[in-house]
Ligand binder design. Structure first.
Ligand SMILES: Nc1nc2c(c(=O)[nH]1)N[C@H]1C(S)=C(S)[C@@H](COP(=O)(O)OP(=O)(O)OC[C@H]3O[C@@H](n4cnc5c(=O)[nH]c(N)nc54)[C@H](O)[C@@H]3O)O[C@H]1N2
Ligand SMILES: Nc1nc2c(c(=O)[nH]1)N[C@H]1C(S)=C(S)[C@@H](COP(=O)(O)OP(=O)(O)OC[C@H]3O[C@@H](n4cnc5c(=O)[nH]c(N)nc54)[C@H](O)[C@@H]3O)O[C@H]1N2
Ligand code: SF4
Ligand SMILES: [Mo]
Length: 758
């Protein structure tokens, strides 16, 4: 029965009357009732439990308080003690509850019964599934060597399958999508320039900044909680904002200038800005002298790159370029060009990131208030274990890259991703591990363990991935949802969600170095298991008991915590988070102590390392391929209420934004006879077609590009709310340009045309 508002209020009134009546019974009556086992108050506050967690609805890891009543999670909240959430969560974080109780979750280990690529499985016991998985992995290791198995891992539980078990197993082929498909060029550029990576939390000193220039970097749609809080506060404090984006993004709506740049030409703009700062003498001379090397060569190098040179390339008027450079200089050092995060754009991305960093340096803002601060991480010891047979930088959001060198360990199997041949340096890049599965070059990869990576939505060139999956001898998938790639696994293991498990500590590199705890709020769904447990069980079966000497996860965590004088109990007493003082500014470093551990001990504007490796030692602009007639460049980005391809099925989030749209310039749409809401198919330069997607005809995008929110267009999954909704950008990204320095996969080199659905 539905209550009308009036009826509801009337009954509420009656209840309130009863309430007063009851309370007038007085304490003696209540005391008597208690002796009879009655509870008062009736809502039983003793059964509300709060546990600590860090959010896994995206990779940002906001600290979370989880409220459980009678064994059910009823709500999650930001942990006020946590530097990343400060008591708040974003919409996706709130929807963690719906993630936990998604009825489509995987519930049983599955063993393949039919052909790969079909959803033909039988349910199995953990005992059987683990035995068989370990047997298959051991056979590959014995027959072809441990390097014949690749391990792909992501989500915030990826430590066990991305950093620990694979290295104990002895494979250097450990890939995370947050490397070559996300931030590797940025980390490599930072390593070359500053001798240190940027890390998982972009170190922008929002509190003190007065002038912000966003290049791409669509904050507001890219919805990292703390960044949005900080960004909003900076604007409220009067900071000026310039947004460089071919699309009028949410951030652009807040900007005092929107520069609708021609896609792929940002390096030209950055060079022109440097040109103005240097030729007009507006840069920070003292800073450059004290902290950098190579400025003279830069001054020489940028001479031809005037605003007049950049204007026809970028399609931004020369006067505007000049004015923005002067405005930046007028605010220095409280001016910042944030490094962005998803920086694999056009394949020359390390050079673009170098240009962006050097521009910041000319403004004297690195390690200064209002610019880029210097983050630090707490130093916890690992749980003692024998040395790993391989050493490799698997990378990931928090990991720094490795400078210009080929990071193979002598005497151990080299990486198969092409570092040193196809590209120069950096952590293992995931997408280049697919090729050896097909071609056997430089040596064959025959097995794949995929933990929390969305094979068909995150890795470009899906036909190639399918080809690889057909050839592999063994595929093990560990996930929480029936994503489409699981149909290619031989064994599927259902993990418990982050709200149901302990996990490795989150050790954050941040302005305030800190650690955060993840502990279970409720028992896992029957027949799902935590990642640490799965890794350990596999490890024991693979003869790796020496690496798993702990008897319980609590013992593991306590031992690590002990190295900094903490324990699980003390971490809980502290509120699930423990912080240390940071050293964010240059003034926090003493004489003779440099925050820039480059070979010169200074910021390297001119890079000897790049020169030696045969690359341009100073950033250069390289034109990108133009779309053929009738085609648009395919751009993509985020929606504030979705994460990649993993939240489209979330019961709450699916209700708010159930499918994506293709943004098309309104004049171009009209010329094609299309209007808002029409359904079209997108066909790329290789003839690959997306499913039908609605047109969003809008003046908010340039005429030469279209735009999709990433992560939609699930096909062949068992996701009841996501299946068949919208179009997949990744399906249309059949090619990419490899960044020759870092191995990042520039994915904005695909073109699509619109075909009206008939
Ligand atoms: N809600 C939500 N937030 C997220 C995520 C999520 O899944 N969901 N994922 C997180 C992760 S891991 C990452 S890496 C970040 C990614 O977020 P960002 O680092 O902000 O990613 P970008 O690729 O810089 O941003 C996409 C923007 O670049 C613009 N763009 C496209 N081509 C060009 C160009 O040639 N030049 C310029 N100047 N702009 C261009 C697009 O129009 C779009 O507005 O988001 C993070 N935040
Ligand atoms: N085309 C295209 N490709 C992209 C991007 C893009 O914008 N467009 N963005 C790139 C970027 S910036 C990044 S960082 C990567 C992200 O790449 P991914 O991390 O691969 O992206 P998701 O779609 O979030 O995939 C997460 C997978 O983990 C599963 N999962 C969720 N929770 C758990 C859990 O607790 N345990 C386990 N075992 N599994 C879990 C999900 O069901 C899903 O299969 O993608 C990159 N690739
Ligand atoms: S930004 Fe949102 S989804 Fe990401 S960790 Fe924080 S609350 Fe969770
Ligand atoms: Mo990313």
């Amino acid at each position: 029965m539905k209550l009308t508002r009036r009826e509801f209020l009337r009954r509420g009134g009656a209840l309130a009357g009863m309430w007063t009546g009851l309370s007038q019974l007085g304490e003696p009556v209540l005391a008597f009732l208690r002796t009879r086992g009655a509870r008062w108050p009736w809502y039983r506050p003793d059964e509300v439990r709060i546990t600590y967690n860090y959010c896994d609805m995206c990779m940002w890891r906001c600290g979370m308080l989880v409220y459980t009543v009678n064994g059910r999670v009823v709500k999650v909240e930001g942990n006020p003690k946590d530097p990343k959430s400060r008591g708040r969560l974003c919409g996706r974080g709130q929807a963690a509850v719906a993630h936990l109780y998604d009825p489509d979750r995987l519930r049983k280990p599955l063993i393949r019964t039919g052909e790969r690529g079909t959803w033909s499985f039988r349910e199995a016991s953990w005992e059987e599934a683990l035995d068989r998985a370990a047997e298959a992995l051991a056979r590959l290791r014995d027959q072809y060597g441990p390097e014949s198995v690749a391990w792909f891992a992501h989500t915030t539980g990826d430590f066990w399958f991305g950093d620990y078990l694979p290295l104990a197993f002895g494979s250097p082929n450990v890939g995370k999508p947050a490397t070559g498909l996300c931030l590797t060029p940025r980390e490599v550029a930072a390593q070359i320039t500053f001798g240190r990576g940027i890390g998982g939390h972009e170190p922008v000193d929002w509190e003190n900044t007065r002038y912000i220039v966003l290049i791409g970097n669509h904050i507001g749609e890219n919805a990292h909680n703390t960044v949005m809080q900080d960004f909003a506060r900076a604007l409220a404090q009067g900071a000026k904002l310039v947004v460089v984006d071919p699309r009028y993004s949410t951030a652009a709506m807040k900007a005092h200038r929107w520069l609708p740049i021609k896609p792929g030409t940002d390096t030209a703009l950055l060079l022109a800005w440097m040109n103005v700062l240097i030729t007009e003498g507006l840069y920070d001379r003292e800073y450059i002298e004290k902290y950098t090397v190579g400025f003279e060569r830069l001054a020489e190098h940028i001479r031809p790159f005037t605003p007049e040179w950049a204007a026809p390339i970028t399609e931004i008027p020369a006067e505007v370029i000049r004015e923005v450079a002067r405005e930046m200089a007028a605010h220095r050092p409280q001016v910042v060009i944030p490094p962005g995060r998803h920086v694999v754009w056009y394949g020359n991305d390390t050079q673009r990131m170098r240009a962006l960093f050097i521009l910041n340096v000319l403004l004297g803002n690195v390690g200064r208030r209002g610019g880029l601060y210097l983050p630090r991480a707490p130093a916890l010891d690992p749980y003692p274990h024998p040395p790993f047979p391989v050493e490799v930088a698997a990378g990931g959001c928090g990991a720094a890259a490795v400078g210009i060198r080929i990071p193979d360990t002598p005497g151990h199997p080299p990486r198969a991703d092409g570092v040193g041949s196809k590209f120069a340096t950096g952590p293992v890049v995931i997408q280049e591990l697919i090729e050896p599965m097909i071609t056997g070059q430089p040596y064959p990869i025959r097995g794949l363990v995929v933990y929390g990576v969305n094979l068909f939505h995150s890795i470009p060139n899906v036909p190639r991935t399918i080809e690889a999956l057909k050839r592999l001898e063994f595929v093990l998938a560990i996930d929480v949802l029936p994503q489409e790639h699981l149909a290619w696994a031989d064994i599927v293991l259902p993990e418990a969600t982050f709200l149901e498990r302990y996990d490795e500590l989150w050790v954050a590199s941040h302005r305030i170095p800190y650690i955060a705890l993840r502990e279970p709020a409720v028992e896992p769904l029957p027949d799902t298991r935590p990642g640490w447990w799965i890794a350990r069980e596999l490890g024991l079966r693979l003869g790796l008991a020496d690496y798993f000497q702990w008897s319980s996860i609590e013992e593991y965590l306590n031992t690590r915590l002990m190295s900094v004088g903490l324990s699980l109990d003390r971490l809980r007493e502290a509120g699930g988070v423990f912080t240390w003082p940071g050293k964010p500014y240059l003034e926090d470093y003493g004489e003779g102590e440099t925050p820039f551990p480059t070979p010169s001990g200074k910021i390297e504007i001119y890079s000897e390392a790049l020169a030696r490796a045969g690359f341009d030692p100073l950033p250069v602009y390289e034109p990108v391929e133009e779309p053929p007639p009738g085609y648009f460049r395919l751009l993509y980005g985020r929606h504030p209420l979705h994460t990649f391809g993993k939240t489209q099925n979330n019961p709450w989030l699916a209700e708010v934004y159930p499918e994506n749209e293709v943004w098309v310039n309104d004049e171009m749409a009209a010329a094609l006879g299309l209007k808002n809401g029409d359904r079209v198919l997108l066909e790329n330069q290789d003839g690959v077609r997306s499913g039908p997607v609605r047109v969003r005809a809008t003046p908010r995008i340039r005429k030469d590009a279209v735009y999709l929110v990433h992560g939609f267009g699930h096909r062949g999954s068992r996701l009841s709310r996501a299946e068949g909704r919208g179009a997949s950008d990744n399906l249309l990204i059949t090619r990419y340009r490899l960044d020759p320095i870092s191995g990042g996969a520039g994915m904005r080199v695909n073109f699509v045309r619109l075909i009206r659905e008939v």
